[in-house]
Design a protein around this ligand. Sequence first.
Ligand code: ZN
Ligand code: ZN
Length: 257
Amino acid sequence: MGTRSASCHCGQLRLEVAGEPLAVSTCNCRACQRRTGSAFGMQAGFEAGQVTVTGSTSDYTRVSDESDRKEHVFHFCPDCGSQVFTTEPTEPDIVVVLVGAFADPTFPPPTDSGYDSRRHPWVGLPDSVRRHAPELWWDSAAPLYAAGRYVEAAEKGRELIEARPDQPSLFYNVACCQSLAGRGADAVEHLARAIEMWDGCREMAKEDADLDPIRDEPAFQRADDVRAGQRSFRRRGPRRGDGARRAPPQGLRSVGR
Ligand SMILES: [Zn+2]
Ligand SMILES: [Zn+2]
């Protein structure tokens, strides 16, 4: 199993990393732009046992803007200030290494681009990179949803879809709002599209009380059958759904903003 070395600018803080990363992603959020001094951050997640740290660190902790409100601890060299790795107190088994610290152009490329709506437009991505922009919803439609203004939230969501038709979470969230607004046919249509684009929406839909108003419609079962054959949704007890705030996983969580 190969090892890679990462280090800070001055060489005081060093990491030896064995084996391949669990996930590699970029993050275009404004917090990452500020913390890196670059157009985007890039990070690779490893199991803690793969990583050996040598040298001293200083830490800066920031709470994520995302709904999980997780703490992210950024570890940097006290001498030169380079950030080299991050950890999350709630996930002690994972160490996230900032890919620039490897200074290795052969490092595996990212599979996911987080906060994609904040990406500098000149930064091109291969088609294989999944682009996640749930922040579009959080910024404009989520407050309407939270206030129970489902018709307006759905309308806002449709505008967002016009601008970013590649985001399954937008289709899903619009479906939730339309379901709650009594627009069952529209809701089923958007849900089917969301599931077609990202199969994870199927599991979310099963647990989401926002979709209870449309759950018994035959078209709802057909939406679920888009790719998975003859399975049907089970009806769940009433639970105020938070589905409209969920989004496809980013591979690695980012601090957001
Ligand atoms: Zn240093
Ligand atoms: Zn970020």
